[in-house]
Design a protein around this ligand. Structure first.
Ligand code: GMT
Length: 381
């Protein structure tokens, strides 16, 4: 198949999923055309059957707010025609699904028919979809897509609750390359960061307020105060990074907390972690937690959103009540107090990633979904 994929190319879960999907589909012989305003950061080297089409946003004096959605629409139209795409896969409703639906109409007026699949990732529904200044466009773009997928049952339910969604939603969970994200021996690296055999807690996010990065520092402080030999690595960047750094200084733990900024490859850091912390206020799936699990790191996460579909409480990690920092602290202590438990949970976390969320298990679902949607377009009703 020739597949056009649009995503946010920057740091963030939806862009990671879209890029990894494109790479996996290319490895399975499909021809992938990424259409975005810059090269997706996880793409790496372009290869024979992966192409990139940059959306150019022109500055025109009249446009105080350049209409990116329309530039994207034009680029989609252009790419469908000249690369003869079979299907479009949009990640995130706004503005990607909107542009694709408009592009499909333009193309239809020229006798070219192409189906649009939209994958909902989260904040497009849980935040933007609820915002009255976007809601009608979100609803329309989803309903007009030929196929809609969501990354968890939770997100499917949330989308249905928007009220005006008539589209059938297929749940296809996120996935992980378990060969890349795997436990690795990185003793020198661990020794450099934890010279006295300290346990290493890790948090990875885009530091948006919903990730509650400051809570990570608070939990770490509790553990530290109890006398545990621990270090904390904060990976990623975003709006709450400065506040989290400030809080670490206020609490006097800054010497044991390192803010690394955006890191790729993150699997090297995860492979030296002992416990992964995700106290998020909302998480439709929790891809960063899956990355940690795949590296054999037990996760301590909020009991919200799609996380209970990913994490089996007491087996691959712990689910804690949202905002209950004492519960998070207790869960981390339980792991740090018991080497055998930590080791067995590490194995179970990895097994859950491999057995349920490996690329080779999930990507074929997308392939068969594309086929189903394309058949629907070509077969008479
Ligand atoms: O988590 C973010 O802030 C980024 C966001 C995105 O759309 O890029 O992530 C969402 O999609 C990810 C991939 O499907 C999910 O793993 C995240 O749970 C989800 N984030 C939220 O729901 C807050």
């Amino acid at each position: 198949m020739k597949i056009g994929i649009t995503c946010y190319p920057v740091y963030g879960g939806s862009g990671v999923v879209a890029t990894e999907l494109g790479k996996a589909l290319a490895a399975r012989g499909h021809c992938i055309h990424f259409i975005a305003y810059s090269i997706p950061f996880r793409l790496g080297h372009l290869q024979e059957n992966i192409f990139f089409h940059e959306v150019n946003v022109n500055a025109y004096p009249l446009f105080e707010y350049p209409p990116y959605t329309l530039n994207l629409t034009s680029k989609i139209v252009d790419t469908v025609k000249f690369a003869e795409l079979d299907i479009l896969h949009m990640h995130y409703a706004i503005p990607h699904a909107t542009s694709a639906v408009l592009a499909r109409q333009i193309l239809a007026s020229e006798g070219i028919h192409i189906p649009v699949v939209t994958t909902l990732h989260g904040t497009d529904i849980t935040i933007i979809g609820q915002d009255p200044s976007f809601a009608p466009v979100v609803n329309y773009s989803i309903n007009e897509s030929d196929g809609v997928t969501a990354v968890s049952e939770y997100l499917k339910r949330e989308t249905a609750e928007l009220g005006d969604i008539t589209a059938d939603i297929e749940v296809i969970p996120n996935f992980i390359d378990t060969a890349r994200f795997r436990p690795m021996q990185k003793d020198h690296f661990k020794q450099a960061l934890c010279p006295n055999g300290e346990k290493l807690l890790v948090h990875v996010s885009n530091f948006r307020p919903v990730k509650r990065a400051i809570d990570v520092v608070e939990i770490f402080y509790q553990i530290h105060e109890l006398g545990y030999g621990v270090k904390l690595l904060m990976v990623g960047d975003g709006p709450d990074r400065a506040a989290a750094e400030h809080r670490a200084r206020e609490l006097g733990v800054e010497a044991d907390v390192r803010f690394l900024g955006k890191q790729d490859p993150v699997e090297e850091i995860l492979s030296i972690a002992d416990v992964f912390l995700m106290p998020s206020g909302s998480e439709t799936f929790g891809l960063a937690a899956l990355e940690a699990m795949s590296c054999g790191v037990p996760v301590v996460v909020s009991d919200i959103g799609g996380l209970p579909e990913l994490v089996i409480n007491g087996e691959s990690g712990y689910l804690c009540e949202l905002g209950d920092l004492e519960a998070f602290t207790r869960a981390v202590r339980r792991l740090l107090d018991d080497e055998d438990l930590l080791a067995s949970m590490s194995i179970t976390a990895r097994a859950r990633a491999v057995e349920h969320f490996d690329t080779d298990i999930i990507v074929p679902h997308y392939e068969s979904y594309y086929e189903q949607i394309m058949d629907r377009l070509t077969s008479p009703v």
